[in-house]
Design a protein around this ligand. Structure first.
Ligand code: F0G
Length: 456
């Protein structure tokens, strides 16, 4: 069969409140043309993030009911620990309330002022936690990974030449190196096993520990299986195990590739770091056998980690993201190519060339997608990463002006996606009419979350 179906049936549904364009006009105006300020009830299809927005399975819901809520020594913790160890091989497993808590604890233990932490591309919270520890977060991307149009199988890879040069020059300032799979901040692109292995051997040759930001490890394992020679006949579990075998630890947000609505973990082999991390865990997250989560959350995560490595699920997952990306490209909506694992990134600067960069083509597009069809997406461009030059007062734009549509796991069906494609086709046919956007009230930090805008 050519048609890949959703490998699940729906046994519980959540109503979507339909809205008309007339209703959405005042809603977006009241939200100051910032989709983050729209109530979710007023959104038809929500692609703001794939984080914490997954549908849990019947087995995960059953696991919730049988969770062990003991303060110490919970059975649900030991099930969770066994599952994390089976996949990652790491000895010490600390549950946290989400990915960024793992990052904060890791960098509090391992990094200090003046240190440098390299990554393929740091996610914003990772960067923020490193900078909070006084260290610098460095992205080491090859040119091919930054080109939005180039077709290549592993555009998430780290630049090995840049890493080698950095190690040569600044090796003594690097307490650990990281790699993010898949590379969310660079188009959701995968990292090859070859690249993981090479990064690991460069770091290990200098006794520098290597950590994986594992949020979307299973999606990355699937890309390796499909695209890298020698992995076609391997199970997703064995590929994931091999990925982790090259590392000394990982940070994980269970809100992504564990189908959970909350949760995460920090896992590692280094006993002395793990002990210090455990102390910090008790301070702010909780006792080491629950770490900021309920026993039922740990049970749902353990079950989710089992389900994420299902071949049928992952074939459907990556195909359905690809389906959206390929159709958008066919109807003339340029996207960061090839489609990523968890999200499609529309190249708004290229799609709306009549809108100057200082009128935020990405923000203009997210507003228009909401008005057109009640679709919520997020600008990943000069609103999020641009800065105002203090001298000239002019915008220093981001490298790209993209719009991310992150796809929640097991939530939307193909007809929802067909609706998006139709909406984007309508938008493309009248794109010259879309106007730019300007700031009305600019928040000093993380300005995409709370700033107010208006059409130019
Ligand atoms: N690392 C990566 C690669 C991520 O994508 C995220 C979260 C985190 C770490 C932090 O995890 O949210 O559980 O604290 N990404 C979400 C997103 C928020 O929308 O991409 P968290």
């Amino acid at each position: 069969m050519k048609t890949i179906i959703e490998p699940f049936k729906i046994k519980m549904v959540e109503r979507i409140r339909m809205t008309s364009r007339e209703e959405r006009v005042p809603i977006i105006r009241e939200a100051h043309f910032n989709p983050f300020l729209i109530r979710s009830e007023d959104v038809l299809l929500d692609f703001l993030t794939d984080s914490g927005t997954s549908s849990m399975s019947d087995r995960q819901w059953s696991a919730l009911i049988s969770g062990d809520e003991a303060y110490a020594g919970s059975r649900s913790y030991f099930d969770f620990e066994r599952k994390v160890r089976e996949i990652t091989g790491f000895e010490h497993v600390l549950p946290t309330h989400q990915g960024r808590a793992s990052e904060r604890i890791l960098f509090s233990v391992a990094a200090k002022a003046g240190d440098i932490i390299p990554n393929n591309t740091h996610f914003d919270t990772t960067r923020a936690n490193i900078e909070h520890a006084g260290a610098s977060a460095l992205d080491l991307m090859p040119a091919e990974g930054l080109d939005p149009d180039l077709d290549a199988p592993f555009k998430g890879n780290m630049d090995l030449g840049k890493l080698e040069e950095l190690l040569e020059r600044e090796g003594h300032r690097i307490p650990l190196g990281m790699i993010t799979v898949t590379n969310n901040a660079s188009g959701g692109q995968p990292v090859s096993m070859e690249n993981i292995r090479a990064v690991s051997s460069l770091l290990r040759s200098r006794n520098i520990p290597f950590f994986i930001d594992a949020c979307r490890f299973a999606e990355n394992a699937y890309f390796i299986q499909q695209r890298e020679a020698g992995y076609q006949d391997r199970s997703l579990l064995s590929i994931a195990q091999e990925m982790f075998s090259y590392a000394d630890g990982c940070t994980m947000s269970a809100k992504k590739d564990a189908f959970a609505n909350i949760g995460g973990f920090l896992a590692m082999n280094n006993a002395s770091w793990a002990e210090k991390a455990g102390t910090l865990l008790v301070l702010t997250e909780g006792f080491p056998t629950y770490g900021g989560l309920a026993g039922r959350d740990l049970a749902a995560i353990a079950q989710g980690l089992e389900e994420i490595l299902d071949q049928d699920y992952m074939a459907y997952r990556i195909r359905s993201t690809g389906y959206l990306g390929e159709h958008l490209r066919t109807i003339g909506v340029p996207i960061f190519w090839p489609p990523g694992g968890h999200a499609i990134y529309i190249n708004a600067r290229k799609f709306l060339p009549h809108i100057p960069v200082d009128q935020y083509p990405g923000q203009a597009l997210v507003v228009e997608m909401y008005l057109e069809a009640g679709i919520r997406a997020v600008e990943v461009g000069s609103v999020m990463f641009g800065r105002t030059d203090p001298g000239t007062g002019k915008l220093i734009p981001a490298r790209n002006d993209l719009v991310r549509m992150a796809i929640p796991r097991r939530v939307y069906t193909q007809s929802h996606i067909d609706y998006v494609i139709e909406a984007m086709e309508n938008l493309a046919s009248r794109k010259e009419s879309i106007r730019g956007i300007r700031f009305v009230k600019e928040s000093p930090v993380l300005r995409h979350f709370t700033s107010w805008f208006e059409p130019v």
